[in-house]
Design a binder for this molecule. Structure first.
Ligand SMILES: [Zn+2]
Length: 182
């Protein structure tokens, strides 16, 4: 049985047994907070538990490394939607130690793409079109610096009003211990 079939049969049971009832809430975050954090699987349950958040308390936006690639990309847009449409009053940007984005080597990742069938022609074509793949795929060396950079980008975003507080933190993916950076 494929994983999808397993998921679907569990899902049928979940819904018919009304297990969803304990999660019922609204789309508006009760604590008026939006969090940007990393997609790391260790943070999936740990981060909300370590911050004492339950279903419905906060909006969570995730990206690899909690990085905002572009001031007018999807991540920044999500944060703005949380503020203007869903009443978030505070933004928390939470990086973590031992992040996969800290270890990413763009050249190695491109080699993995080539090994799996992406052609050199495609890579060259993108480079000639002005997509600097090595820059686009690059992670960060220091998580504190990366969080500071993101906080700075959000705080100074032309579409964000000043009364929205922007905090920068780093979480330990083993213990859940938070550290304030900004
Ligand atoms: Zn990470």
């Amino acid at each position: 049985m494929s994983l999808l079939n397993e998921i679907l049969s569990f899902n049928q049971k979940f819904v018919s047994e009304k297990q969803y009832e304990q999660f019922i809430t609204t789309k508006f975050p009760d604590k008026k907070i939006v969090i940007l954090t990393c997609m790391d699987a260790r943070l999936f349950e740990l981060l909300p538990k370590a911050m004492n958040f339950k279903n419905g308390d906060v909006k969570i936006v995730k990206s690899a490394g909690a990085v905002i690639n572009h001031p007018f990309g999807g991540i920044m847009r999500s944060l703005l939607v949380a503020v203007y449409e869903l009443n978030a009053e505070e933004i928390y940007i939470i990086g973590h130690y031992d992040c996969g984005m800290g270890a990413i080597q763009p050249q190695e990742m491109m080699q993995k793409m080539i090994n799996r069938g992406i052609t050199h022609d495609t890579i060259n074509m993108l480079n000639y079109s002005g997509v600097k793949l090595t820059d686009w795929l690059r992670g960060f060396e220091d998580v504190h610096e990366s969080v500071r950079h993101s906080v700075d980008m959000v705080r100074n975003h032309p579409l964000l009003v000043k009364e929205v507080a922007v905090h920068g933190l780093v979480i330990d993916p083993a213990t859940g211990r938070l550290e304030v950076v900004e």
